[in-house]
Design a protein around this ligand. Structure first.
Ligand code: FAD
Length: 327
């Protein structure tokens, strides 16, 4: 059967937002390919995600359930995905470029001996030919790749790039269990627990607004300026590597080539020069605002709005204005 298969990731009974985006994009592409949209849910009880994927237009929902699948188990999840591909025989297999997707997708692609385009920011299907766009060389260039003679084509989708429609999409929404013959060897490696980092409100990779601080923060205590602006806007706190390496903020906040890749609607870079390795993590943000006291800082070349000034004066004024607007 032709069409699109999407693996949707869940955590504690809730589908992750990047997976909802992948399902929405899968719906759009399935219509273009003239096939069905099938969504794969894996877990100890993956049924909690069914209403959400139905609303996003899934024709079929395959559930793979096993107590040991509550958290990610690389070999078992690969086995389940392989079985789903065998059953559905899709043209295209999508998942989010989340930490799990980045681990799982290459395993599945290798097992299926097919092609994978990772961290895509655009997909098209034209008369059955599927192409993917993805940033390369730390975001300096965009590569367009076409899948030739590999089926299913596989792609992981960069979070926060693909829209989730507000309106429910039409789909048959048939749910069925997919039996997978697991062996103990599939569980040689599995996640036993996931602990949320202390004090973390929002993950930068999933936030719609990110406010980041760089070397100009001068110390951990000044990140309160960044936190205040992020709180006023309802966003997450990010950081450059300089701030992380100095020990002012935890690595989970780092944006860039060796940190997280973010694509929020709004990215505010405060006291960040705009090194290529930082841009690699945020240049696909929809609106970029830079606050820097050096008018020649490279960050201004990619910023949609630039404020030349001292962030310690600018940020409190921005916070006051945002609060006034929201009041
Ligand atoms: P700086 O480059 O020192 O810039 C500080 C800026 O703050 C300056 O532009 C200055 O004008 C401005 N400033 C100072 N005071 C104020 C003030 N009061 N108000 C307003 N502006 C002020 N970097 C990342 O960020 N993420 C990565 O993932 C990453 N990965 C890397 C991987 C490799 C292999 C390598 C080699 C480097 C990597 N880097 C990464 C480091 C990167 O090259 C830069 O060194 C780093 O991004 C610089 O951080 P910064 O912009 O905060 O600091």
């Amino acid at each position: 059967m032709a069409g699109v298969l999407v693996f949707a990731e869940q955590r504690e009974g809730r589908l992750k937002k990047p997976s909802l985006e992948a399902v929405s994009e899968g719906r759009r592409l399935a219509a273009g390919l003239g096939g069905d949209l099938t969504v794969l849910l894996i877990g100890d009880d993956p049924t909690a995600g069914i209403p959400d994927v139905k609303r996003l237009g899934a024709d079929r929902i395959l559930t793979v359930r096993e107590p040991r699948l509550r958290l990610y188990a690389p070999e078992a999840y690969t086995r389940a995905a392989e079985e789903a591909v065998r059953k559905v025989d899709p043209d295209l297999f999508l998942m989010a470029a989340s930490a799990m997707g980045k681990d799982l997708a290459p395993r599945v692609a290798a097992r299926l001996r097919t092609g994978l385009a990772s961290d895509c920011t655009g997909l098209t299907c034209d008369g059955g030919s599927i192409s993917a766009r993805r940033p390369v060389y730390s975001g300096k260039a965009i590569a367009t790749m076409t899948f030739v003679a590999c089926r299913p084509a596989m792609a992981t989708l960069r979070p926060n790039v693909f829209p989730i429609p507000a309106q429910p999409a039409g789909g048959r929404g048939e749910a069925l269990d997919l039996p997978v013959p697991f062996e103990d060897s599939h569980f040689r490696c599995r996640t036993l627990s996931v602990e949320a980092a202390q004090g973390t409100k929002l993950d930068v990779a999933e936030a719609d607004i990110v406010v980041s601080g760089g070397r100009a923060m001068k110390g951990p205590e000044n990140f309160k300026y960044i936190q205040e602006l992020a709180d006023a806007l309802g966003g997450a706190v990010g950081a450059s590597r300089a701030a992380v390496d100095a020990g002012w903020i935890d690595h989970q906040h780092q944006v860039g080539q060796t940190g997280k890749v973010v694509s929020p609607s709004l990215y505010i870079a405060c006291g960040i020069s705009g090194a290529i390795q930082h841009l690699a993590g945020m240049s696909s943000s929809k609106v970029i605002v830079a606050i820097n006291k050096d008018a020649d800082a490279p960050i201004f070349k990619i910023a949609d709005y630039g404020i030349v000034g001292d962030l310690y004066e600018v940020i409190p004024k921005l916070v006051a204005e945002v609060r006034k607007l929201k009041a």
